[in-house]
Design a protein around this ligand. Structure first.
Ligand code: ADP
Ligand code: MG
Ligand code: MG
Length: 888
């Protein structure tokens, strides 16, 4: 016979905390607390399997359930000396739902079940407190009426409000026993009018009504929606917990409360919670009365004049502190507990792992490791790497008053405040004057890079999480809110309108890239603190991880941030980003638009010293750490001048007529720039570009090595290779340039040449390509784009539907598609290694900073991941977690 019912209470239990799937979170922890010998009112859990049976068999129960429930009820009676419906000592129970994971949408708890017109009198007599008995009964009718019988709860509330008004009462506690008796009669009448039957008087009927309501609520619309949003399978089911009541509403020596064993917002190892004297159940959180602090310390800190539990119930307090300690030691984690004190006697009603802020998670994990409660490895495994993001950026002071202007997408975390600017040039100009600005655009384009760099934060009114603004801002570690559709921007008037207000350029706003909200004015900020717990935990992670962590960086500022965050080199220096600078873009355009080699060489000659000095700066900052430099890979359209004004400017610089320039620009127009003349294709058409870049790299390597005394061994990376012959050709140019530089300088160069694997063909032909390539760097942004055949810039318009329809679970541009793109990575790694066993392997797409993708990189055995500077700490922690997982 299947066991459907598990009993607990009196220092024993049939279940354990390991039986979460069968008993739900609440039930398994009640069993565990009971086994630990903690004071838990006796009760039993009906398993989640019964729920599954119930939903699959037309709301019926399996054979044997009734008998098992009767036996369990008898056990409670034996322990409490109370029986259902007894005229002297009636048993009262709570009926509580509890799935594996806590789930809104499930039936609310029903308390005081077992009360009826007769047992309420027995309760009044046995407790010697009629007021308490009637208060409990009216609560029961209200809860049961609402959640089991479906009577609108405001019907009850109106009756209570009316009574308080006519009698001139303020608080519920002002009502007398007689008042409650009158209310009970009116409540019962409301129920009868609503369901056409009297309120059920038989405790067994009440119990089965409540049990059925819990199981039924598993299939209600709210629960179904919640499960869909959180991918919780329907087959999990919920358990039902039936438990003897204890009473926090038996006068001034009784109370009920909730607490965290540590502070859930700071992580401080100090009991943190609230309680209410003479109250029951959710009164504490319902906001009916102001709750009191549990500890004296918290009362003083909170400036409350209401006495703490520590002062008013010292004995129960001492016991409670000891129990919290037992629970923490047992679960080895911060607990969130519920308790009730009945006439001075403490009862534990729930424990679970406490929800906490990123800061608290970090602090409590580090503290617990230092206290010896958990190991350092457990501390590392416990922190959600993505949550570190919250700690790496300034945030809005939580106590700040705020006016919301609009909401958009939380595109890049952190908060920023500054003057509104509507153009990137203006952003740069004001930044030069020492002002802080927020760049507000309908959307951004590569032309806005300098403005985005200059701005504290970026706000767009259009575009999704993978829009240009969002991707670039995340890369820069700049706060960004994208797609704030409620804002209207008028570039001509230099105003924006939102929430019925019009703001001008120069007015202050604040954006919160973690929530997507936009606020009026400059809100006060709190700075991130990367010392202490943060650096401790990351240092522990460094001891554990195998993969190196590098950064994608090209500017000296980014490289410095990367090093501050602990990057062990640069995995991707995108040279075209170095060309977007104001003074350079004209020379770059000259180069691209030149219609012969001579013209190109003239433009390249202007770029050479600029490139060289950039590389010298990078090498100096990285002081001997590896630096991978990718040769030019611009989708050409990003550089082609648009509009007559820009064309005229470039034409003038090149000394050619504007008409001819326009023709040339049109000739360069591509239908599919992402699949067009870019990557190594450019170096194949125009070897002089690769030659100039190689020269800049090598000359810089020599110069930086001389300056710093540390050897510089650049890694030259050829982008978008699909054929080995492409790499051979470009490599020949690089090698020849190296020879030339060696000859000119009399120095020996140590460098390597490798390729970015970003085309399926390159992955498949990796064995052959590895003959020429000394390293592979997986460019998973493009590899995802080319594997799926989905343009990253256009994906936002349909990927959302793919996710809501369940076609894909996660955005493949955010989290690596392990099945498809991942298989190509695996193939390339394996085939590359067969040719060249020590081939260096890394990843440099946005995925290099994504925890789930990093886990995959560990399984493939990559040597390093490379990500944007601000994600370096996240990658360090993720790489450590991945190594721990691989160790098993
Ligand atoms: P939730 O899942 O919403 O927290 P619970 O089942 O924990 O719901 O119950 C809500 C409240 O009822 C809690 O504050 C709990 O302390 C109280 N409660 C539940 N069972 C009992 C009981 N047997 N005796 C006294 N109070 C109870
Ligand atoms: Mg609740
Ligand atoms: Mg609870």
């Amino acid at each position: 016979m299947t066991k459907w019912v598990y009993a607990f209470g009196d220092g024993t239990a049939e279940g354990t905390s390991g039986m979460r799937n069968l008993l739900g979170g609440k039930g398994s922890n009640l069993a565990e607390m009971s086994s630990l010998g903690l004071p838990v009112p006796p009760g039993f859990t009906i398993t989640t399997e019964v729920c599954t049976y119930y939903t699959q068999n037309g709301d019926t129960y399996p054979d044997g359930l009734t008998a098992q429930v009767e036996t369990a009820l008898d056990r409670i009676s034996a322990l409490t000396g109370r029986r259902f419906g007894d005229q002297e000592n009636p048993l009262l129970v709570s009926v509580r739902s509890g799935a594996r994971v806590s789930m809104p949408g499930m039936m609310d708890t029903v308390l005081n079940l077992g009360l009826n017109d007769a047992t309420v009198q027995a309760l009044a007599k046995s407790s010697g407190d009629a007021r308490f008995a009637y208060d409990s009964y009216r609560r029961f009718i209200q809860m049961y009426g609402d959640v089991v019988l479906g009577v609108e709860h405001h019907a009850f509330e109106e009756i209570l409000e009316h009574e308080k008004e006519t009698k001139g009462y303020v608080l519920d506690t002002d009502l007398t026993a007689a008042d409650w008796q009158g209310i009970i009669e009116r409540y019962k009448a409301v129920v009868e009018a609503s369901i056409g039957k009297p309120f059920p008087q038989d405790p067994h009927a009440q119990l089965w009504g409540a049990v059925g309501a819990v199981f039924g609520s598993w299939m209600n619309q709210r629960a179904i929606t919640y499960r869909r949003l959180h991918t919780i399978p329907e087959t999990w089911g919920t358990a039902v917990n039936v438990q003897a009541m204890v009473f926090g509403n038996m006068g001034d020596t009784s109370a009920t409360g909730v607490a965290f064993t540590r502070n859930p917002s700071t992580g401080e190892n100090a009991l943190y919670g609230e309680f209410l004297v003479n109250a029951q159940g959710e009164d504490v959180v319902a906001g009916i009365r102001t709750p009191q602090s549990i500890t004296e310390k918290a009362r003083i800190e909170g400036g409350s004049d209401k006495p703490s539990m520590e002062t008013v119930m010292p004995a129960a307090f001492t016991e409670f502190v000891a129990i919290c300690d037992v629970l923490e030691r047992h679960y080895k984690d911060m607990q969130d507990v519920e308790f009730t004190i009945e006439r001075g006697k403490l009862w534990m009603l729930q424990t679970r792992s406490g929800k906490r802020t990123a800061k608290a998670a970090l602090r409590s994990a580090v503290d617990m490791a230092n206290e010896g409660l958990i190991t350092r490895e457990q501390a590392i495994a416990r922190i959600d790497p993505a949550s570190l993001d919250q700690l790496l950026h300034p945030t809005i002071d939580p106590s700040a008053e705020r006016t919301v202007l609009a909401s958009g997408l939380p595109a890049s975390p952190g908060a920023a405040t500054g003057e509104i600017v509507f153009s990137s040039d203006e952003a740069e100009r004001l930044k030069g004057l020492g002002k802080k600005v927020v760049l507000v655009r309908v959307e951004t384009s590569p032309e806005d890079i300098h403005g985005m760099h200059a701005a504290e934060g970026i706000l767009t009114t259009r575009g999704g999480m993978t829009s240009h603004a969002a991707v670039v801002a995340r890369g820069m570690g700049k706060p960004c809110v994208s797609g704030a559709g409620g804002i209207r921007v008028d570039y001509a008037k230099a105003t924006l309108t939102a929430a019925g207000r019009t703001l001008k350029a120069g007015d202050q706003i604040t954006i919160d890239g973690a929530s997507g909200q936009v606020f009026l004015g400059a809100l006060p900020m709190v700075k991130p603190d990367l010392s202490g717990d943060f650096s401790n935990l990351i240092a522990w992670a460094d001891d554990v991880r195998r993969m190196k962590v590098r950064a994608n960086a090209e500017t000296p500022a980014d490289a410095r941030v990367a090093r501050e965050f602990g990057a062990e080199g640069i995995g991707l220096c995108r040279t075209e980003h170095m060309f977007f600078d104001e003074g350079r873009i004209v020379a770059v355009r000259e180069m691209i638009l030149a219609d012969n080699e001579q013209g190109r060489r003239a433009a390249l000659a202007k770029l050479l010293p600029m490139q060289r000095s950039d590389f010298v700066a990078l090498f100096e900052i990285m002081a001997g750490l590896p630096v991978t430099i990718r040769l030019l890979d611009p989708p050409l359209h990003e550089f082609i001048p648009h509009g007559d004004e820009e064309i005229a400017e470039v034409a003038a610089a090149m000394g050619v007529p504007a008409d001819r320039m326009k023709e040339r620009a049109e000739a360069l127009h591509e239908f599919n720039p992402m699949l067009g003349h870019r990557g190594c294709r450019l170096a194949i058409s125009y070897p002089e570009i690769a030659e100039m870049q190689a020269r800049a790299i090598f000359e810089a390597a020599i110069e930086a090595a001389e300056k710093t005394g540390a050897p510089v061994e650049p890694e030259v990376m050829v982008p978008l290779v699909g054929l080995k012959a492409e790499l051979d050709l470009v490599k020949a140019t690089i090698d020849a340039t190296a020879k030339a530089v060696e000859k000119e300088t009399g120095k020996t160069l140590v460098y390597s040449v490798g390729t970015m694997v970003e085309l399926p063909r390159a992955a498949l032909r990796a064995a052959e390509i590895a003959e020429a390539a000394e390293f592979f760097s997986f460019g998973t942004n493009d590899l995802t784009q080319t594997t799926f055949g989905i343009s990253r810039d256009d994906a936002a318009s349909f990927l959302g539907a793919y996710q809501t329809k369940g076609i894909i679970e996660r955005d493949p541009f955010v989290t690596l598609d392990v099945d498809g793109v991942g298989e190509l990575v695996k193939i390339a790694a394996e085939r590359g290694r067969t040719t060249r066993p020590d081939i260096k392997l890394g990843i440099c797409g946005e995925h290099g900073g994504d925890p789930a993708s990093i886990t995959f990189c560990e399984t493939v055995g990559l040597d390093y991941v490379s990500c944007s500077p601000f994600r370096v700490p996240i990658a360090r922690l993720s790489a450590a977690q991945a190594a721990l997982k691989a160790k098993g």
